[in-house]
Design a protein around this ligand. Structure first.
Ligand code: ZN
Length: 310
């Protein structure tokens, strides 16, 4: 009989593993998985917003490119034209790829990344396995289409800016709890694990993922800044949120970023992003829920009122 384990570790790079394989103690934690993603995830409606004409991170007007508000590799189709300079685009792009690679695995295969990266895309991915009960863990290549992976989101506290605490008391990018689900682009996750274990003739296999919490906070700040610019035309260049989005300084970033603390029901949409003014202090609050259809956590990113005037 197969059983599962799930590990979550603290700190910026948290590891989350699900393990399949016999266990002596006969304890059966409930496996958590989502349906095969290919037919389950809806498509986001495409929208191109009004061109900005300067970099929303640093204010530069040189060498501007279009910004995908939600990463293309996650199926994001909201585009903010002429809004990121080449220097800032390189920084946000690198952080975005870190999140996609480590936390959302082959999910991006569903949506196809820009062709410039197709050549470097591996056709196989490394899966952690154990050949016998006594042997060491090792990695074997598995074709992308049949690679079982984990989708990971960190849970945070509410943003300090909304609870009224001082910025200096806010934490950096850390989490103590993760939202983790098994997933596969084209297969039922549990059936895939069973068939792979038989096919590879292994004792156990362990899909892995890491929560890159720093890069994820930067991604949330990037989504918030670009959505604020798109929706209400407010540019917060060189603000603390811009520094966080560029990965330059994440000290006390939990003053600006937070999440709900509980599991939420799945939404009908692939992603949710919306904006509101905070009723007490007039700051702008962007609500972000990536892969909302999977029942993922909701995040809040706060742009304080001293910058948030339109
Ligand atoms: Zn820039």
């Amino acid at each position: 009989m197969n059983s599962w384990g799930c590990l979550a570790k603290r700190h910026g790079q948290s590891a989350a593993d699900l393990m399949v394989g016999p266990r002596k103690d006969n304890v059966m934690p409930t496996p958590s998985a989502v349906p095969p993603l290919h037919s389950y995830l809806p498509v986001q409606s495409a929208r191109t917003y009004r061109s900005v004409g300067h970099c929303i991170y640093c204010g530069s007007r040189c060498r501007l490119s279009d910004e995908h508000i939600i990463p293309l590799g996650l199926g994001g189709r909201l585009v903010l034209p002429q809004s990121s300079c080449s220097s800032c685009s390189a920084k946000t792009g690198r952080l975005e790829r870190t999140c996609l690679r480590t936390m959302y695995g082959p999910l991006r295969l569903l949506y196809g990344l820009p062709s410039r990266r197709k050549k470097s895309r591996p056709e196989t991915l490394q899966l952690k396995i154990k050949r016998t009960e006594e042997s060491e863990w090792e990695y074997v290549p598995v074709v992308q289409e049949r690679y079982p992976f984990l989708i990971t989101f960190p849970y945070f506290e509410a943003p300090g800016a909304l609870t009224g605490t001082d910025e200096s008391d806010a934490a950096g990018p850390v989490t103590s709890r993760l939202w983790v689900r098994g997933a596969s682009p084209h297969h039922d996750f549990q059936e895939l694990l069973q068939s792979l274990a038989q096919e590879l003739r292994v004792h156990s296999l362990m899909p892995e993922s890491k929560a890159e919490v720093s890069a994820f906070c930067s991604l949330l700040a990037k989504i918030a800044l670009s959505y604020i610019a798109a929706d209400i035309g407010v540019s917060a260049q060189r603000s603390r949120l811009a520094q966080i989005a560029l990965g330059e300084d994440l000290t006390n970033c939990m003053h600006y970023i937070g999440s709900v603390a509980t599991d939420e029901p799945p939404s009908g949409l692939l992603h949710e992003v919306s904006l509101a003014r905070h009723h007490r202090n007039d700051s702008i609050v962007v609500r972000i829920r990536l892969l909302a259809k999977l029942g993922t956590p909701t995040y809040f990113v706060v742009l304080p009122s001293n910058i948030a005037k339109a």
